[in-house]
Ligand binder design. Structure first.
Ligand SMILES: [Zn+2]
Length: 138
């Protein structure tokens, strides 16, 4: 071996530009790295500022992200954004259920109209209402 100064320096194999973020050297496509940073930041803000709306995402992050890709694809292919809006409202628990629409009214108006269980029409009931067909994904 010997001294490093004795070795010839090969400039052709070195990176021309090195990106560093904090202590991390960014390797590969910097757009992917930046996109991942932005995604992590947005999730953190979502969880901090709207913890109830992020509740399902916190519980099922992988499933919701995978499903969001599918719903986005379906919406773009059909040229109709309503499926995307419905998905976003569903994930954030903002769907207009009877419970939500009649929050300040009597209990009878908050009940499910589809089944005979006399259950409150909440998001949890929406997922397990016996009057709705069973999904093959659950
Ligand atoms: Zn029901």
């Amino acid at each position: 071996m010997g001294n490093d100064q004795d070795q010839p320096h090969i400039y052709g194999t070195e990176e021309l530009l090195v990106l560093q973020h904090g202590d991390t050297i960014v390797q590969g496509d910097p757009r992917s790295y930046l996109k991942r940073l932005e995604k992590e930041h947005m999730i953190r803000v979502w969880k901090d500022k709207a913890s109830k709306q992020a509740k399902w995402f916190t519980r099922y992050p992988t499933q919701i992200l995978n499903q969001s890709k599918q719903v986005w694809k379906w919406s773009v292919e059909s040229g109709n954004g309503k499926a995307w809006l419905y998905f976003i409202f569903g994930v954030c628990q903002w769907l207009p259920t009877n419970y939500r629409m009649n929050y300040f009214l009597d209990t009878q108006r908050k009940q499910c109209n589809l089944c005979l269980c006399n259950s409150l029409d909440t998001m949890d009931h929406l997922l397990q209402c016996p009057a709705l067909p069973k999904s093959k994904f659950y």
